[in-house]
Design a protein around this ligand. Structure first.
Ligand code: PLP
Length: 446
């Protein structure tokens, strides 16, 4: 998770930003107009695109807006029949969902063993659907956390067949200042300001998913009748002309305070941190996907699947055990079931990253004790994690491992132990046992 700095957050509390109605007369929105223009200019610079709209309220909405632009562009040239959207199997689930919503036919292309787009399969699919090809949606660096070496070749191939290239920009934290999708072959991208540009997005929002396009697609960006934006084929994708405008000051502050140099450094540090974690954990948890030079992009997928056979321990057990060591678990079982995907970003200090690595290695040592048979597969500190103070302090201790081990206190952290407030619940029970809690009116009396 990126740092959401206080100084970035303060301006959204100012009444000048917080209390403005989205449909206020335009002469009362001059501050927002300036912020919109500046932020768009900076984001164009960072992505290499010619035009951008801040209207979409999420990355997925940016995808939708971008695909509408591609569709409208084909229509404008008398090619409305082009509706096939190629999507590699490694894609984020929102990609095919957006393509379907934009009325396109999704054709899935394969990935090779290293998690990269399978170029031979892509070539075959391009040829097979050439006459109807609308676009491809790729993510760069990929959802597997790898910079695909053949991305330029891939873009050129799709262009040859008359299609456009949508580059999902959700992983821009690995690109800003270093490479621009608008320059290596992308025609359209969305950004996630709530990922790369510091808007906090815990609990599902609010997001901003700007859609960015190359020159000839600029006329097909979203418009809005009430926003003073030009009327054109695509129309609005959000109720308000400037979407989730109230949180834009956060990204504005981030760009303004970092400057071009700072943003580039953030990218470099994010990539360095992910590679550092991947390298230091290699002998304990192998990284599933890497590029030919052995490096990852801004995140690494730690493969925990083999541990199931050797010890009965699952990725979920490790995620729960991390709580005992004072960590919120990284992304669990996405995009590959049974793995942990670690994205440290540039925001974590080396000390914090080392603390995480130490915890992961300590957990691996615990797993080795299960592998050696010192602890039973069903009674070890991983299976009973997280340990609350209440379970550790209760009178009789019946587990195969000592209480101190359950508490998972690394020596140098004795003064700062985090106590999980609650133990493990059966994750899927609620999903599989639907029940209605229609509380009778009498329960509300008094
Ligand atoms: C997060 C993400 C999205 C969707 O963004 P939302 O803002 O959650 O709608 C799309 N693609 C990728 C690769 C993502 O990581």
């Amino acid at each position: 998770m990126k740092l959401n700095a206080t100084s970035e957050m303060i301006p959204i509390t100012w009444p000048e930003f917080a209390h403005v109605h989205p449909f206020a007369p335009r002469d009362q929105l001059q501050g927002y107009a300036e912020l919109d223009a500046q932020l768009r200019a900076w984001l164009c610079q960072a992505t290499g695109y010619a035009g951008i709209s801040l209207q979409p309220n999420a990355g997925s909405q940016g995808e939708y807006a971008g695909l509408l632009a591609i569709r409208a562009w084909h229509e404008s040239r008398g090619q409305a029949h082009r509706n096939v959207c190629l999507i590699p199997s490694s894609a984020h689930g929102t990609n095919p969902a957006s393509a379907q919503m934009a009325g396109m036919q999704v054709v899935v292309t394969a990935c090779d063993d290293n998690g990269n787009v399978d170029m031979a399969d892509l070539k075959a699919k391009c040829e097979q659907h050439s006459a109807k090809l609308s676009c491809i949606m790729i993510t760069y660096p990929s959802t597997h956390g790898v910079f695909e070496m053949k991305v330029k070749e891939l873009c050129a191939l799709v262009h040859q067949h008359g299609g456009r290239v949508y580059v999902d920009g959700a992983n821009m934290n690995a690109l800003v200042g270093v490479a621009a999708p608008g320059e290596f072959g992308g025609d359209v991208s969305h950004l996630n300001l709530h990922k790369t540009f510091c808007i906090p997005h815990g609990g599902g929002g609010p997001g901003v998913g700007p859609v960015c396009v190359v020159e000839d697609l600029v006329p097909f960006l979203p418009g809005h009748k009430a926003g003073g934006l030009p009327e054109h084929p695509v129309g609005a994708v959000s109720a308000a002309p400037l979407g989730n405008a109230a949180v834009l000051p956060i990204s504005w502050m981030y760009c303004r305070m970092m400057g071009a140099e700072g943003l580039t450094q953030a990218t470099e540090v994010a990539i360095l941190s992910a590679n550092y974690i991947s390298a230091r954990l290699r002998e304990h948890y192998p990284t599933l996907y890497a590029s030919e030079n052995g490096h990852v992009a801004h995140e690494c997928i730690l493969d925990l699947r083999p541990l199931k056979d050797s010890s009965g321990v699952t990725a979920e057990d490790v995620a729960k055990r991390l709580m005992d060591y004072g960590f919120h678990a990284p992304t669990l079982s996405f995009p590959v079931p049974g793995t942990l995907m670690v994205e440290p970003t540039e925001s974590e200090t080396l000390e914090e990253i080392d603390r995480f690595i130490a915890a992961m290695i300590a957990i691996r040592e615990e797993i080795r004790r299960v592998e050696r048979g010192e602890w039973p597969q069903d009674d070890n500190p991983l299976k009973h994690a997280p340990h609350t103070a209440a379970t550790l302090l209760k009178g009789e201790w019946t587990h195969a491992y000592p209480r101190e081990v359950g508490a998972a206190v690394l020596d140098e952290r004795r003064h700062a132990k985090y106590w999980p407030p609650i133990g493990r619940v059966d994750n899927v029970y609620g999903d599989r046992n639907l029940f209605c809690s229609c509380v009778p009116m009498s329960a509300y009396e008094e």
